[in-house]
Design a protein around this ligand. Sequence first.
Ligand code: FES
Ligand code: FES
Length: 135
Amino acid sequence: MAYSDKVLDHYNNPRNVGNLDKKDPNVGTGLVGAPECGDVMKLQIKVNPETGVIEDAKFKTFGCGSAIASSSLATEMLKGKTVDEALQIKNTLIVNELSLPPVKIHCSVLAEDAIKAAITDYKAKSVTPAAVQTA
Ligand code: FES
Ligand code: FES
């Protein structure tokens, strides 16, 4: 199967690989696995609490080229969006952007799931009173 140029570009030069501080109350972490293949994706966002805008996003993906490219693209899409806008990012957008073939659609689903998981984690943390968080 041939990967598109865009997949190869993101695979060879992945954007925003790395970690954000999990303990930072403005950081949300999503860790998801694909039942189809066992690949694992970790995606993190850092939100400006004043504006609700995602200022930074990082990922680590243990998986196939399409999963790496999907998460790399996802981190690019996330930056500058509000949390609510980020929730609108659909895997189909990633599929179109990267021209993923049908067998690789689940790799983009993994990215959408990782975004949602990171946002859920951020929201859970931001409604938790600081006193409880340090407990
Ligand atoms: Fe082997 Fe995704 S199935 S890396
Ligand atoms: Fe399973 Fe890509 S995430 S093959």
